[in-house]
Design a protein around this ligand. Structure first.
Ligand code: AMP
Ligand code: ZN
Length: 465
């Protein structure tokens, strides 16, 4: 089946066609490892994971490359402010290296707990500085870049298509309108490829280069790594929408100036997670991170489910109420999966209907990753009495190859002893028709994440998360 993706470059949904029959190159901008990734960042990594899983579901072999930024990402995209890594090290009284390794480790742990597939290549900027120097030298030799006081800048006027990705005219992009412009720049829109000591005396990470000691800019990092690991023509490049006007615009300019031809076919961008209503969900620094959600009693997969409720090209408003709803829905699904598995009736009831659901699911997912509609199909399957438990389980497991909600590995958690006692006490209270006590015990069990369903035959319990 063909997959349609919205391409930021053409501003249209397009049928995806891979460059080679063997493998699809997928590049996703990775974390700057100076702090925990916040839940906004994580929304973008979840959307990129869905994209990768969808391509794999439809039979493409993917090579997924992601950078880990451990040098060169300045506070402002206009080449001002300190390197974020230096800020992180200062904040925690540690070395930049210690900060980088720690937050990189946590990033991959967070990603794993959210069922985000690990990239095939995850590459650190600091391990590729020589590649970047060689690349910059080519841009200088070709006349696209110039040197001032040991810094090297890309001259955007030399690249006539500059700004086409965002559609924002160069005049509107000018950094000078908002912030102080680097006086070394010939044009305020020019951007740094190499930064030297003359500009950043506090930078602790420095390398020798033909232009003096210094460090590479952030934009050059992604371009160099993408070309190094995925070749001269790239299928898909992703990130959040904030990267369209500067970071990805600069990446295109550098890559195409270097290569002399079109570089990336499809640009896919995820909309932002926003905080409109729930001020409680804000931390001092802005968004919460995954640990904060866990401290509030949520599991990482509740957050994944929450994110899947909105299309990736729509803003998603974060609130704890919304996350609570996702938690309940996910617990319900988990319980169903356990029930389907436990059902000893192994018959297929309705293969024709299964096929219909499969194609409904595939159609929506292939239509620019319409995951909210895919979740609606999940619930239709769950509620369909014409399907057997086995059919339902098989369908959910198949859908989960894209959704990544971990249906395969869901396990019945053991009931703690204290809860066994509470359930027994509650059964007794019901026998005694002591309804207040029964309600009280139900409430107490819910504190242990146990839900209670009273049927005619018996009292059943289930995990609320
Ligand atoms: P950064 O570490 O700032 O480069 O961000 C990592 C990824 O998260 C990038 O792809 C950003 O575009 C994305 N991102 C940043 N803020 C948000 C947000 N509020 N919602 C969704 N994605 C975001
Ligand atoms: Zn990038």
């Amino acid at each position: 089946m063909g997959i349609k993706l919205y391409n930021t470059w053409s501003r249209k949904k397009e049928l995806f066609k891979s460059i080679s029959d063997d493998c699809v190159g997928l590049y996703t901008c990775g974390p700057t490892v100076y702090n925990y990734a916040h839940i906004g960042n994580l929304r973008t990594y979840i959307f990129e994971d869905i994209l990768r899983r969808t391509l794999e579901y439809f039979g493409y072999k993917i090579k997924h490359v992601m950078n880990v930024t451990d040098v060169g990402h300045l506070v402002s995209d206009a080449d001002t402010g300190d390197d974020k890594m230096v800020i992180g090290a200062r904040r925690e009284g540690k070395t930049v290296q210690e900060i980088a390794r720690y937050y990189e480790k946590i990033f991959f742990q967070d990603a794993e707990s959210l069922n985000i597939l690990r990239p095939h290549v995850a590459c650190r900027a600091t391990a590729h500085v020589n590649d970047m120097i060689e690349f910059i030298q080519v841009l200088v030799d070709k006349g696209y870049a110039y040197k001032v006081e040991g810094n090297v800048y890309f001259e955007i006027s030399k690249f006539p298509e500059y700004g086409k990705l965002s559609g924002i005219p160069i005049e509107k992009l000018l950094a000078g309108a908002r912030i102080e412009v680097d006086k070394n720049k010939r044009h305020p829109g020019d951007f740094a490829l190499w930064l030297s000591k003359s500009k950043f005396p506090n930078q602790v990470m420095q390398w020798d280069s033909p232009w003096g000691r210094g460090f590479p800019g952030w934009h050059i990092e992604c371009t160099v790594l993408a070309i190094k690991y995925l070749g001269k023509r790239l299928d898909i490049h992703c990130g959040g929408i904030d990267h369209i006007p500067i970071h990805h615009t600069n990446e295109i300019a550098q890559a195409e100036a270097y290569l002399g031809h079109k570089w990336c076919n499809v640009w896919v961008h995820g909309e932002f997670l926003v905080l409109k209503r729930d001020k409680m969900s804000k931390s001092k620094q802005g968004f919460l991170d995954l640990r904060a959600l866990i401290n509030h009693g949520f599991e990482p997969l509740h957050y994944r489910y929450f994110c899947l409720g909105a299309h990736y090209r729509q803003q998603l408003d974060f609130s704890f109420d919304g996350l609570e709803g996702a938690k309940r829905a996910y617990a319900n699904l988990r319980q169903r999966v356990l029930e389907y598995r436990a059902d000893s009736n192994r018959n297929h009831a309705n293969p024709e209907l299964m096929k219909e659901y499969m194609s409904e699911f595939e159609n929506v997912i292939a239509d620019d990753l319409n995951v909210p509609l895919a979740l609606a199909v999940v619930w239709k399957v769950v509620k369909d009495i014409k399907l057997s438990s086995r059919d339902k389980l098989n369908l959910l497991l198949e859908f989960d190859r894209v959704l990544g909600l971990g249906f395969k590995t869901i396990e019945q958690k053991e009931l703690p002893e204290v809860c066994q006692k509470l359930i027994k006490q509650r059964e007794q209270a019901r026998k005694d028709e002591n309804w207040d006590e029964a309600d009280h015990l139900r409430e107490e069990l819910s504190q242990h994440d146990i839900g209670i369903k009273d049927t005619q035959k018996a009292t059943e319990w289930y995990w609320l998360k």
